[in-house]
Design a protein around this ligand. Structure first.
Ligand code: HEM
Length: 491
């Protein structure tokens, strides 16, 4: 027996109750408006019930629904459909946040008004029987309405909890149906995918650009779905012109009438970059130890060779045939000595002392110092800049960058320094940095010059780092050649 049948059985509700109530309708109908008005006066008089009401328009609408409800209570039929409508009222009350105590108290009001009406309009005998029928049907009504309360409230709480999960879970998860349509997604997914993600749109359109092609995702996913197997792609790299983003992808097939699979996307870019930085730091530390050892081994013999060469050449005539060879050897020794100095600077980076510095005078000083050595270079300093930096280290970095620029234009061309707040751009009109070395240009021993040590930029990047700044290669420079940018801390 269903719940309604069971209640009827308990209450002894039968066809005679239906008949009696129908007969009562003739007396009740003219009084319905009054009962409804009384109901809403009381509802509005009590703070707890009044606060779920939102507008006069809504109250007006509710009055009409209550009239219909009253007419159904009295006229029936009290069947299955009737029971479902009562349960729906309970669910609606939970949705609007109406505690059930108000349903009970309001039901008492209605009952009181209807019983009073029956007693005043019917013969004492009919009134007693009609009052009993009214109490039966109102009890059923109340039981049906409030019976759904617990269930609906639990469902509502579950919805709230699920909402919290969807809102705060820091993983990017998308639910997709059999037509590839996004049904739902966590907040983290919206953050990761931005405007590309739309509910009702295709999951393929929501993916980061290049991701699907990078791993044939669509094909792999369809294949796994067909076999009802989970798909895991531990790392997919998506490379665009200037950046590489790394993702972990997992697809879980679901057994659900609407949701077909769950797509879990994880952006590993920062984690991968951090790991690479740590590996690099470790490698650099080892390289530093090695460099120090090599530098110390070379420094003393080099000083010795240099001294001997000077003694020999000073005693030679200008036209001595071996003199030119020895001069070349001397130049090579000087180059090796410079390498030793670079190795030591690289292995033991200096600590930075940050003070506010004006960059324009510094840039002008360095360019005017270099100018006499390269008369065919047109140096230019533009703009103004201030930064919290270590003057010696900025000087060293600028020196390195300017020397590289001069080398790039092969001693003749334009080299320009642009100052912008705490940033310094050094550009030249040379051929630019070849694409194949752009990624590794700041690595030690990477050089495009035939005679460079390959440590200048690595040392400069290290110095920038020590000042809490960064040294980078810009995508494009104002003079169409290379453009390096030194970013420092603003004052
Ligand atoms: C005997 C007690 C009550 C009955 C028979 C009753 C009946 C109804 C009915 C038929 C609906 C429409 C349901 C639907 O749209 O599916 C409804 C909704 C509602 N009821 Fe009641 N109600 C009762 C008590 C109360 C009380 C005490 C309040 C207190 C303010 C209240 C506030 C509301 C509100 C705010 C709605 C939603 C209206 C909307 O959709 O904007 N009800 N109720």
């Amino acid at each position: 027996m269903d719940a309604l049948g069971e209640m009827k059985d308990w209450l002894g509700y039968g066809p005679e109750d239906t008949e009696r109530l129908r007969a009562f309708w003739d007396f009740a109908q003219p009084e319905i408006d009054g009962i409804v008005e009384h109901f809403y006066r009381e509802v509005q008089r009590h703070e707890g019930s009044a606060q779920v009401l939102t507008s006069p328009h809504q109250i007006q609408r509710l009055k009409s629904t209550l009239q219909v409800w009253l007419s159904e209570v009295i006229q029936g039929p009290h069947d299955e459909a009737y029971a479902h409508r009562r349960q729906a009222i309970g669910r609606r009350h939970v949705e609007v946040g109406l505690p059930e105590l108000y349903t009970f108290t309001a039901m008492y009001l209605v009952e009181d008004d209807l019983l009073a009406l029956a007693r005043s309009s019917l013969s004492p005998e009919d009134a007693i029987a009609t009052c009993r029928s009214l109490r039966k049907v109102l009890t059923m009504d109340l039981a049906l309405m409030t019976g759904t309360y617990v269930l609906s409230r639990e469902r509502k709480q579950l919805d709230v909890l699920q909402g919290l999960l969807v809102e705060h879970l820091r993983v990017c998860v998308i639910l997709v149906d059999s037509d590839d349509i996004v049904l739902s997604a966590t907040r983290a997914a919206t953050r990761l995918l931005g405007d590309r993600l739309t509910f009702g749109g295709r999951w393929q359109d929501a993916m980061p650009i290049g991701l699907i092609d990078a791993c044939d995702l669509e094909i792999q996913l369809k294949r796994s779905l067909k076999r009802r197997q989970r798909l895991t792609l531990p790392r997919v790299d998506v490379t665009s012109s200037s950046t590489t983003r790394c993702f972990r992808i997992e697809m879980t097939p679901l057994s659900h009438p609407t949701a077909t699979f769950l797509l879990h996307l994880e952006d590993l870019t920062d984690a991968v970059a951090l790991e690479a930085r740590m590996q690099r730091a470790e490698a650099l530390a080892q390289l530093g130890t090695l460099s120090t050892a090599v530098a110390h081994e070379l420094r003393n013999p080099l000083a010795g060779i240099s001294g001997v060469l000077q003694v020999i050449t000073s005693g030679m005539d200008e036209d001595e045939p071996h003199r030119t060879i020895l001069t070349k050897v001397e130049a090579e020794v000087r180059r090796l000595d410079a390498l030793v100095s670079d190795l030591l600077s690289f292995a033991r980076p200096k600590k930075a002392t940050l003070v506010p510095i004006s960059m324009r005078p510094l840039a002008l000083e360095i360019t005017s110092m270099l100018q006499p050595d390269w008369p065919r270079i047109q140096f230019e300093v533009r703009g103004e800049g201030k930064a919290l930096a270590d003057e010696d280290q900025v000087r060293q970095i600028l020196h390195n960058l300017l020397r590289n620029a001069v080398d790039a234009v092969e001693g003749s061309g334009c080299v320009q320094i642009d100052l912008e707040d705490a940033r310094i751009f050094v550009s030249d009109d040379g051929p630019g940095v070849p694409p194949e070395v752009r990624r590794s240009i700041f690595e030690p021993f990477v050089t495009t010059k035939s005679r460079g040590t390959g440590l200048g930029l690595a040392i400069s990047a290290q110095a920038a780092d020590a000042m809490d700044g960064a040294l980078a290669l810009a995508d494009q420079g104002p003079l169409d050649g290379a453009c390096f940018v030194l970013m420092l801390r603003p004052v």
